[in-house]
Design a protein around this ligand. Structure first.
Ligand SMILES: NC(=O)c1ccc[n+]([C@@H]2O[C@H](COP(=O)([O-])OP(=O)(O)OC[C@H]3O[C@@H](n4cnc5c(N)ncnc54)[C@H](O)[C@@H]3O)[C@@H](O)[C@H]2O)c1
Ligand SMILES: O=C(O)C(=O)C[C@@H](O)[C@H](O)[C@H](O)COP(=O)(O)O
Ligand SMILES: [Zn+2]
Length: 361
């Protein structure tokens, strides 16, 4: 068991990381204050984990929402299903929502919790690697819009995060790899020793060795918790968690949500961000090569899709939430583990890097 705390004053909460954690309800039932509970999950996860989870909730008054599976359903329209169920079951402000699923379920359940009766409590039970190391931590919640990723949302922190590593046993390989992109991100942006540790242990991690996985999830959450504790609402430093995401979100939007997984798009996006850092003379090319190699060993794409063109990339990137006064702000590296948020990259340099990566003019 490896636990940590995200320190946000009165909104602080624990992140519990262990195998067989969910079954040990004595460890977490105390984070559900009231009598009413609504479990939000999806049609893939429900047959695997829902009944077991419900059985652990004792005397609680439980309702459930089973969403359709997929990034394409991370929409305002899908949220309605959660609000309908809550109202039909007379849930009041004392209810607790439980996100049982990956980042899509977590982002939607969290946003529903932020909105329902102007805000109720929720807990995160992440079931994918990506959601254990990233999306369940930090309180970013929301949904996509056809014109842009995560464009509608709110900051709303959970009461606790329960990362039960045994749930990863049923996760498909492609989804596991997608989660590794965000793990590798922490090494690149702020933790060079962790990056080196990942290089040394990538084979065992991809075999899903239990001890290595626990360490990777713990170190990832520790890094994310430190950044979020410093800047909960992304006024500044938190933006480093967006490495590769301006490129990646453009890919996800252009390709239709779900064709490229979020982690895959972030992987290709991080390679572009590193290549741009090299092009600007800020980063040694060896870091780009090491980053690329590690991502490839994790089974991830390192080049953008062939069917996008440079103008389309730049147009979609122009809608990024970090844009300030009409200028793109990108997360770039000045060394391994040293990240900056900068508007200094000229558009023609970005376009050049995209073309060199194979994107059509
Ligand atoms: N809020 C944040 O800070 C944050 C951070 C990173 C990513 N995100 C968001 O998270 C989403 C991606 O999350 P994700 O990668 O978890 O994808 P996901 O939620 O779509 O889950 C991936 C797939 O795995 C299935 N699945 C989940 N758990 C499983 C299990 N234990 N066994 C078998 N199948 C399982 C799901 O049903 C789905 O088909 C994106 O929408 C992204 O924008 C948010
Ligand atoms: O928690 C954060 O902050 C992040 O940026 C984490 C990212 O991995 C995540 O994909 C996030 O949802 C992106 O946020 P957005 O504000 O760019 O939509
Ligand atoms: Zn991400």
């Amino acid at each position: 068991m490896k636990n940590l705390e995200l320190d946000l004053g009165e909104r602080s909460y624990p992140i519990l990381i262990s195998r067989e954690l969910v079954g040990n309800s004595a460890l977490w039932l105390k984070y559900i204050a009231g009598r009413q509970v609504c479990i939000v999950t999806n049609e893939t996860i429900a047959p695997l984990y829902l009944d077991n989870f419900k059985a652990l909730l004792g005397e609680k008054e439980i309702c459930e929402v089973i969403l359709p599976d997929g990034e394409a359903f991370k929409t305002l329209a899908t949220l309605q299903q959660i609000f309908d169920t809550l109202l039909e079951n007379n849930h009041n402000r004392g209810t607790t929502l439980i996100a049982l699923g990956g980042g899509v379920v977590g982002d939607m359940c969290g946003f529903a919790a932020a909105c329902y009766q102007r805000g109720v409590q929720f807990i995160q039970v992440p079931t994918t690697l990506l959601s254990m190391v990233d999306s369940s931590v930090g309180g970013k919640t929301g949904v996509n819009h056809p014109l842009g990723k995560n464009m509608i949302g709110a900051f709303h922190q959970p009461n606790c995060v329960l990362a039960d590593l045994s749930m990863l046993e049923t996760l498909p390989d492609r989804e596991f790899s997608a989660g590794m992109a965000e793990v590798i991100k922490y090494g690149l942006i702020c933790d060079a020793p962790f990056f080196k540790w990942l290089e040394d242990n990538i084979a065992g991690l991809m075999r899903r060795d239990g001890g290595l996985l626990e360490e990777a999830v713990y170190q990832s959450c520790l890094n994310k918790a430190r950044v979020v504790a410093e800047d909960e609402r992304e006024g500044g430093r938190r933006a480093i968690l967006n490495l590769g995401h301006t490129f990646g979100h453009a890919i996800e939007t252009a390709e239709g949500y779900g064709n490229w997984l979020h982690g895959e798009a972030v992987s290709a996006g991080m390679v572009l961000a590193l290549a741009l850092s090299v092009e600007l003379g800020w980063l040694d090319e060896s870091v780009l090569l090491r980053g690329k190699q590690l991502l490839q060993m994790a089974g991830l794409p390192v080049a953008p899709p062939e069917n996008m063109n440079v103008d389309q990339f730049l147009q979609l990137m122009g809608r990024d939430k970090k844009v300030l006064d009409g200028r793109l702000r990108l997360v770039l590296l000045k060394g391994l583990g040293v990240s900056v948020v900068s508007s200094d990259a000229p558009e023609n340099t970005i376009a050049h890097v995209l073309r060199v990566a194979g994107v059509r003019a």
